[in-house]
Design a protein around this ligand. Structure first.
Ligand code: GP9
Ligand code: MN
Length: 689
């Protein structure tokens, strides 16, 4: 025993030994901080393992830089690096406590007018245990100062130092590939800063953010207003006059955007287990007060939900890679639905039962002009395990809790509600099961029907409340499925669900259809067969709301317009239209027959469509990558002041209270200040006393 201890001591008294000790202490400290200071949503053995391991590669790399130095300097340099890393961790802990997100270079730069709204003084946020992140550095300094560890001043061979650096790279490579197996597309799809820290560590996140920011800024620096001119030319050529018959029919109404997670059109009117799967949504679909669309496609790329949100509220496409909300949401200039309506007298609010950092919503929504962003921490017991499934709060609980705030919003309001329960991997707890799983034998696909049913019931409960409180009479409710829930990797199962032997690429193209409905008492409804998609929503809604929309930079067109182009661009350049569809490497005619050899006329039409699709996607990408909207202002539109928004709970609640004081138009104020929550009926078992 004594012998072993002696060996360790003499080991630590070498430069390499001290370095290993520093790496070890740094890693333990980081792991402790990850576990106690952040909520990274770690689940499962692999994620736990990566969380513990991910501080190591960067500690080896950065602390290892000191090994290139000579003598005592080497020790002090190592401690200096250690202190810098500890300080960075410390700063992130404080920032996270206030904003549930990590520090980005864009925020540091501050040039983008993203003010931090630090609502409390730093002193008010700090907790004594935060200083523990310096513990390892202090221990090392004490050990050296009291000479418990002797400095080894012998020269450390450069070769060995280089070896240590290479080892760091190797370890990082291993870390990254393990992370990719657990969460593919981690760096390309860029979901959430929390994910990058969870899988790769704070240091890797910082480097990643730095690289991304630099690249991004370089593209923007190169863009100028002449780029915008070419985009405007393209748009002018393709601009469609909206349907005047519908112009302004919803003027002044509240707008609900109900985001139906992963819901596909084939589920409309679907029967299973001897039952109608979605009776509530089906009823809305067929209501004479609902404009329903049966050729409405999702057009998302890797950004999935984020792409859907970008299209819906900006009529700009998502990017070919990653999520535009993450890459450009913080800094770009936008002329989004919340800002447009906000400037037309609307109160605007987004609701989501998860952490605000996902898809960078916390920053993007400011750029889009959302007055409020109600996320998890706003909801009573939002964190309670039994209230959550997968990506956040269960829809029934989430929607009910949202109503609590909806009733306080001054009218007219624009409220977006993002559901999550019907999300891969479609987990539902048995108390919430009300239909048996599909029987395709594909375990990913089968439970989809159960979560879709749950989503339907949740929407039903919300709609009932709207009716009971009378809110429905002055509201326009827009429902849409954001993207496919069953990916093309499940062809045999898809074939079974569609009652086919085998699916073709044409079937798969059709499988990209998602529900889109606009419901409003008195609206001239019916099922509309126009070919369109998410990009077309904003122009459609603005026309219904009677808001001027003749000089905006938007890539969609009014779905009710009579002279629409009806070519739906998929993000990868494929397309669907009433005449031809291109999906994968195949072309199809309107009956779904594959066109193996194209006639000259067919070729010509298809080339025209392809040109349009390629040009519209690339023009939209130019707008986002070059931040071109900073060079343009539609007449009467005021530039969004991002710093004016604050989504900190205490601040938002104060503002809401204020808004309700002076002759408020909120539902609650009209109800003599009394809550309408007793009208909200839910059968959520979790809420039963
Ligand atoms: C997360 C939720 C899911 O907040 O919106 O996003 P998705 O995985 O569907 O893109
Ligand atoms: Mn989604």
């Amino acid at each position: 025993m004594g012998q072993a201890l002696k060996k360790v001591r003499s080991g630590i008294n070498t430069r390499l030994g001290f370095f290993i000790l520093a790496v070890l202490l740094f890693s333990i400290k980081s792991y402790f901080a990850y576990k106690t200071k952040f909520s990274l949503g770690v689940s499962g053995g692999m994620q736990e393992l990566l969380l513990a391991f991910n501080p190591v590669p960067f500690a080896v790399l950065l602390l290892g830089l000191a090994l290139y130095m000579r003598g005592r300097k080497s020790y002090w340099f190592m401690l200096l690096i250690d202190t810098i890393m500890a300080s960075w961790l410390f700063a992130n802990i404080l920032y996270y406590r206030e904003f549930s997100d990590f520090i980005t270079f864009n925020l540091i730069k501050g040039s983008s007018a993203v003010t931090n709204n630090l609502t409390q003084s730093i002193a008010g946020i700090i907790r004594p245990t935060d200083f523990l992140v310096f513990a390892d550095v202090i221990v090392l300094i004490i050990l050296l100062a009291f000479k418990w560890i002797k400095m080894d001043t012998k020269a450390f061979k450069l070769r060995y130092a280089a070896l240590v650096s290479s080892l760091a790279v190797l370890l990082f490579g291993a870390n990254l590939s393990l992370a990719e197996t657990d969460r593919s597309g981690l760096l390309t799809r860029t979901f959430d800063n929390n994910y990058i820290v969870k899988y790769l560590g704070l240091e890797a996140y910082t480097v990643y953010d730095g690289v991304k920011t630099t690249q991004n800024n370089a593209t923007k620096a190169n863009a100028d207003s002449s780029d915008l001119a070419s985009v405007q030319k393209f748009l002018a050529k393709n601009r469609v006059t909206p349907n005047v018959e519908y112009s302004g029919v919803a003027k002044g109404k509240n707008v609900f955007i109900i985001h139906l997670e992963s819901l596909q059109q084939f589920m409309i009117d679907y029967k299973w287990d001897g039952q109608e799967v979605m009776p509530n949504i089906d009823k809305l679909y067929h209501s004479s007060d609902t404009l329903s669309f049966d050729n409405f496609y999702n057009q998302v790329g890797q950004g999935k939900t984020a792409d859907a949100e970008m299209m819906l509220e900006n009529s700009l496409y998502g990017l070919p890679e990653g999520s535009a909300m993450v890459m450009d949401g913080t800094t770009n200039t936008f002329q989004a639905a919340p800002a447009i309506l906000g400037q037309n007298g609307y109160t605007t609010a987004a609701f989501h039962g998860d952490v605000p950092s996902f898809w960078n919503r916390d920053n993007t929504y400011k750029s889009w002009g959302y007055d409020y962003f109600f996320s998890k921490s706003y909801f009573p017991n939002g964190d309670k395990a039994s209230y959550n499934l997968g990506y956040g709060m269960k829809d029934k609980i989430f929607l009910k809790d949202s109503a609590q705030y909806i009733q306080q919003l001054p009218q007219p309001f624009y409220a977006k509600l993002i559901t999550v329960t019907n999300h891969y991997p479609y987990v539902i707890d048995s108390q919430n099961e009300s239909i048996k799983p599909f029987n395709t034998g594909d375990s990913t696909v089968d439970p989809y029907v159960q979560t879709a049913r749950y989503l339907d019931q949740s929407v039903g409960e919300l709609m009932n409340w709207l009716q009971k409180t009378g809110l429905d009479k002055n509201s326009m409710v827009v429902l849409y499925g954001d993207h496919y829930g069953i990916s093309n990797n499940h062809k045999p199962a898809i074939a079974k669900l569609l009652g086919k032997k085998k699916v073709t690429n044409y079937d798969l193209a059709n499988f990209q259809k998602v529900p889109f409905m606009i419901h409003m008492p008195g609206l001239k409804g019916g099922i509309n067969h126009t070919y369109g998609g998410e990009i077309d929503v904003l122009p459609t809604l603005l026309n219904l709301l009677g808001v001027k929309n003749s000089d905006t930079i938007q890539f969609g067109s009014d779905l009710l317009a009579t002279n629409r182009k009806q070519v739906v661009a998929f993000r990868d350049g494929d397309f669907a239209s009433p005449t031809y569809t291109k999906y994968g490497n195949n072309y199809y005619d309107s009956t779904g027959t594959e066109l193996k050899k194209l006639t000259t006329t067919q070729q010509k039409s298809i080339d025209d469509m392809q040109n349009y699709v390629t040009n519209t996607l690339s023009a939209s990408d130019k707008v986002i990558n070059g931040d071109l909207l900073r060079f343009y202002q539609p007449s009467g539109f005021q530039k969004v002041v991002k710093g004016a928004y604050n989504y900190k709970k205490s601040a938002a609640l104060k503002e809401l209270k204020q808004a309700n004081k002076k002759k408020s138009t909120s539902l609650m104020a009209k109800n003599d200040g009394k809550s309408t929550m007793s009208d909200y009926e839910t059968d959520a078992p979790e809420l039963k006393k």
